[in-house]
Design a protein. Sequence first.
Length: 354
Amino acid sequence: MKIYRFSEILNFESEVHATSKAIEDLELILNRFPYESFNNIGVSYLDVEHKSKLQKACYYFNPKRLSLLLRLIMAKNNTVIFHYPFAKGRVFEKILNQRFINRNKVILLVHDIDSLRSNNNQDINKEVQLLNKANGLMLHNLNMEQKLKDNGLTVKNIVNINIFDYLVKDELLKKDNLRKFSRRIVYAGNLKKSEFINKLGNLRNHQLMFDIYGPFFNENLRKLPYINYHGNLDAEDIVFNLAGSFGLVWDGSSITSCKGRYGEYLRYNNPFKASMYIAAQIPLIVWRQSAIAEFVLKHNIGIAVDSLEEIEKIFDTMTELQYNRMYKNIVDLSYKVRSGYFTYNAIKRLMDSN
């Protein structure tokens, strides 16, 4: 049985955000394996998300995409590696979900489990039914695996990546960012969904300084003396341009806990933001109840808190020696994350067990 990969060929232009970087990095790591591409054209609803009906029709009726659709319908007895979620649009996903996945062996490299964001049992059960058709899964961590098993996941061949990689150019693999202990905290990401940013003014102690990066910044925050906004940087440039001593992994609408669909999702996922901070060699501050907290504490690359209010007290007793140990650990780990170590080995273990 021949092994293929379904290549994610990106055609869309969007704001700088983690999604496209994560997909691009996984594609580059897949290039290290001898798997032939199943497709020679990209298919993604993101390509036409804000396009007119005519533009969408021209996109999906492209002769190469029609040929690909026919190949998916006819394919049988192949092994194909896919990014997951498929995000191919209704017609392609219907063929994948109802026909292709039943006639071929499918390996899914999971970026996200959308139903865990909604935390709706009906949605989770429906998604698990689809995942159960796969022959192998690359999941984020044991928390995600256990949550899915609690909802009926029966796939035997599962590998947890534990941390996503964040690739940089070869010549920058060993470039270091010198850091010293301070009370400057970095937050980088899509600021539209990071509602807690707007509540930083409610923190009781304002000795902390926040350096903010990303699109959709609330301009009203510029007047706060403890917030510095640095704009929206390119996904690779940001690795060597983060100013601060700690990188914050937080989400949702509250400063006292991670709440809401995005905050609660941290219980199960590995945020790509964490990988970016590791690549940038900046120790992390994470929610204690997040899945990533175990990885951070195990490798001594940061601290875990239940509330942002706790940070100041921890800083009050932290020594430069403690910080320097975390910094050294994250520098060592950054070389692996920048080179694709974790993803490559996870895929290798997954395929060796297939």
